[in-house]
Design a protein around this ligand. Sequence first.
Ligand code: SIN
Length: 276
Amino acid sequence: MAYETVDVRKLTGGCGAEVLGVDLNALSNSQWAEVQRAYAEFGVIFFRDQRLTPEQHIAFARRWAPIDINRFFTPVEGHPEIAEVRKEPEQKTNIGGGWHTDHSYDKAPAMGSVLLARELPEEGGDTLFANMYRAYETLSEPIKKMLTGLSALHDSSKAHYYRVKANDRDEMKFPNAEHPVVRTHPVTGKQALFVNRGFTLRIPQLKKHESDALLEMLYRHLETPEFQCRFKWQKNSVAFWDNRSTQHHAMFDYFPHRRYGHRVTICGDKPFYRAA
Ligand code: SIN
């Protein structure tokens, strides 16, 4: 079905679309309906030139569901709902610099995240997104059959242990959760692969070496370039991704420069698998 009130430009055959001609702070009812449709259709949608205040950024995210506050990122002063995605010139790592799904370690992982670029390096700092429906659909039938009924353990300590100061680690609870390896999207009803390098630890139904080998095979598969799009940020660009159907990877090719964004993450629900 064509879009009538917004201009939607698909990025690649993998995923992602730019949605042009909208002001996220002043969406008409029909634009809002079409933005919702584009989000479900493309997995990640991008907007340019959105001069949102922190309050407007939070208000846009709240239209979808309550805010899911990140436990590990520094919040923006006065706005605990907004996480800083900050890379200072001297830092040798960035946030999100590997394939992952935000908050997959929670019992009810985040539905999605809205990232607004505030400051960018002159070159580099793009973000890659990958389509987890395609990742699932393109597996061979015997592998799909094997994955049905398997779950995976996700643990925040896998990625965040080293981000937390040594003396805070003992007191800190690192959340973890077990989720189906294939999840059914609650809105589209489609199946998506739901394991990620960032936070998935193992498949408890398998022996460790079997779990390691299977997860490595799935990670390599889901990182297939044809499932991806790559977003080139500009100041005030917004990316809004669906964690239930995509993964992302923030490129780190801009050392020693600064990159700074504001991320608001939106609550999701407990993943489930329902046979098609
Ligand atoms: C993230 O994983 O939320 C960071 C994405 C980015 O900085 O592009």
